[in-house]
Design a protein around this ligand. Structure first.
Ligand SMILES: NC(=O)c1ccc[n+]([C@@H]2O[C@H](COP(=O)([O-])OP(=O)(O)OC[C@H]3O[C@@H](n4cnc5c(N)ncnc54)[C@H](OP(=O)(O)O)[C@@H]3O)[C@@H](O)[C@H]2O)c1
Length: 326
């Protein structure tokens, strides 16, 4: 099978490309001219230069592939409108390019996000059938990407996967958390317990690979996580255990991270580099329940997460150490 992967230079995408090659698929990667190729170096892939925000640049990339796995997207931006230009309109452009240049496409898999659905408002786990209430520009842009894709379910076999927060080797956001824990600090938020879903990158890749072979109807959506419900405080404890350190819990009031986000956003406008933390991220972090239900994916796709947080944190920590990130 020949598969076009967008976002192949990124964290999840580079793991996916390796896994597809290992399975025996032929892989074409969509690359931006400015893309960082370090994780793809030496891999036997075909490349096509293109940018999701420019539909004409996608025409050649989508030709004569059997499936498209669309991971290209941004999780941080200097300006809010950039989320919508890349995550939402970028998805629309890619689908349009497929419809016009590859009418025999067998499947289009869109890696959306739990953020597209928003947090869970009742005490339960969020299900795919629940109403979508994204609360950040990132989440809203991913939901808009879903809606733009869902408008074509009759013309294009579409599968939407919604991972929760993903961690593992090459990841940079949790890396900050690992760095703090390695300095014996477990950052926690003041106030009530907050609950989240998490998933190790290999389990997300397992779900995508299952998705490429699944026969579910076009337009189905699946949440992906390791199936557990973690208290935010517990995440730091498990990471510290994985790293073999005793870390102290530092409780940060919400107004402190709101202030930090304000300053980081201000400096990001000056430097024109996306900030590590912004208002949207703070809005997401302060929510009480980000736990999703993966029963549907287990039943319909055969998804079976294998890696516990402790095991995944150990693997990630070992990789950070090996690469001298820690
Ligand atoms: N990481 C998570 O926790 C998580 C959770 C849920 C969903 N997701 C979704 O999973 C996908 C991959 O996430 P990730 O964490 O692997 O992100 P990442 O490491 O930041 O990688 C993003 C990828 O998208 C590419 N890209 C960005 N803008 C593009 C454009 N205009 N045209 C073409 N390619 C573009 C980047 O290419 P360059 O090398 O050119 O920058 C890079 O390959 C995203 O769609 C994200 O929304 C991630």
């Amino acid at each position: 099978m020949k598969i076009l992967v967008t976002g192949g230079t990124g964290f999840i995408g580079s793991h996916l490309v390796e896994a597809l090659l290992k399975r025996g698929d032929r892989v074409r990667c969509l690359l931006r001219k400015t893309g960082d190729l370090r994780w793809l170096k030496g891999l036997p892939i075909e490349t096509a230069v293109g940018d999701c925000s420019d539909e004409t640049s996608l025409r050649e990339a989508v030709r004569e592939v059997d499936q498209v796995i669309h991971l290209a997207g941004i999780t941080k931006a200097v300006k809010e409108k950039t989320y919508f230009e890349i995550n939402a309109l970028g998805t629309k452009n890619l689908i349009q390019a497929c419809l016009e240049n590859n009418p025999r496409l067998q499947k289009f898999i869109y890696l959306s996000s739990q953020a597209a659905a928003g947090p869970c408002r009742n005490g339960n786990k969020k299900k795919e059938s629940d109403q979508c209430e994204p609360i950040s520009p990132y989440g809203q842009s991913k939901r808009m990407g879903e809606e733009l894709a869902l408008a074509h379910t009759q013309e294009l076999p579409l599968l939407i996967l919604r991972p929760c927060a993903v961690y593992g080797p090459r990841e940079r956001d949790f890396y900050t958390f690992f760095k703090l824990v390695s300095k014996r600090v477990k950052p926690c938020l003041f106030g009530e317990d907050r609950h989240i879903s998490l998933c190790y990158v290999d389990d997300i890749i397992q779900a995508i690979l299952l998705g490429t072979r699944s026969q579910v109807p076009s337009g189905e959506i699946f949440f992906l996580s390791d199936g557990q419900d973690y208290r935010l405080e517990e995440v730091g404890e498990i990471m510290a255990q994985a790293m073999g350190v005793n870390a102290i819990c530092i409780r940060v009031p919400v107004w402190v991270i709101t202030g930090m986000a304000f300053f980081l956003e201000y400096f990001s406008k000056l430097s024109r580099k996306p900030p590590l933390l912004n208002k949207g991220k703070v809005e997401e972090v302060v929510q009480k329940n980000w736990v999703c239900d993966i029963t549907k994916g287990k039943t319909a796709l055969g998804f079976q997460p294998n890696i516990s947080l402790l095991e995944g944190a150990k693997l990630t920590f070992e990789w950070y150490k090996k690469e001298k990130w820690l």
